[in-house]
Design a protein around this ligand. Structure first.
Ligand SMILES: Nc1ncnc2c1ncn2[C@@H]1O[C@H](COP(=O)(O)OP(=O)(O)OP(=O)(O)O)[C@@H](O)[C@H]1O
Ligand SMILES: [Mg+2]
Length: 224
């Protein structure tokens, strides 16, 4: 199994009270799958993505990437794993405003992964072509629409050839056409062998998934 979480739970303590962000949940995902995480607001979808990607640590349970428990990873090793093997797409595209589209896409390479200016610029061009933004390479983020920005984020997420793509409400800020483009790209990536995990409220997005995990704040997660 590529990525799995066993009995994951996350609690926060605030003002002396315990808040359950994620009730015990088990999930296993393999290459080629597009798993949709669904459930009401507050059921723990974002929390689960953060735990599976090693951005956050569970209160209980274990995350394994290729059978290696992440609890045994130092923060630095977890960060290195994220940069090398994981790609991230969030609801709102976050790009550095003073860097061009091409520079933003190349950014993860400055933390490791692909190196060499020629190799990086060739890969950036290929990815911008793939997401339909070749003509925007030298533009700055403020010159792009939100649908275009989300496709830049998508290209950036792919730069280091990640094994897993995490998408948290990737179509939340997009109109139907742009949402469809981003969902088609996610689907294409899973068909090409990536593991894609997407939190979503969007019924249209769920149709692109190969499987669905429904989270319920007050019960164990159920696979539908
Ligand atoms: N750092 C934190 N401190 C305290 N409570 C938190 C924290 N992070 C999340 N929570 C709580 O945990 C619960 C789950 O949050 P989470 O963001 O994972 O939900 P979600 O399913 O992604 O919701 P949405 O659909 O609105 O994005 C919420 O009730 C939230 O308030
Ligand atoms: Mg969320």
């Amino acid at each position: 199994m590529l990525l799995q979480g066993d009995n994951l739970r996350r609690e926060f303590t605030f003002a002396g009270k315990s808040i359950t962000a994620l009730a015990p949940t088990s999930v296993a995902v393999d290459a080629g799958e597009l798993l949709a995480l669904t459930g009401p607001s507050g059921s723990g979808k974002s929390t689960l993505l953060n735990l599976l990607s090693g951005l956050d640590r569970p209160t209980g349970g274990e995350v394994r990437f290729e059978d290696q428990p992440l609890s045994g990873f130092s923060d630095a090793r977890a960060a290195a794993l994220r940069n090398a093997a994981f790609g991230f797409i969030f609801q709102t595209p976050h790009l550095l405003p003073y860097k061009t589209v091409a520079e933003n896409v190349a950014l993860p390479c400055s933390y490791g992964g692909l190196h060499g200016n020629a190799a990086i610029s060739e890969r950036v061009s290929g990815l911008l072509e793939y997401v339909g933004l070749a003509s925007h390479a030298t533009h700055f983020p403020h010159m792009l629409s939100s649908g275009e920005l989300q496709r830049v984020v998508f290209a950036r997420a792919l730069i280091n050839r990640p094994r897993v793509l995490f998408a948290d409400e990737p179509t939340g800020s997009l109109d139907a056409d742009n949402a469809h483009r981003v969902l088609s790209l996610l689907r294409q990536e899973s068909v090409a062998g990536k593991c894609v995990i997407m939190a979503t409220h969007d019924a249209e997005a769920m149709r692109f998934a190969t499987r669905r995990l429904n989270l319920d704040k007050f019960a164990y997660a159920k696979t539908v």
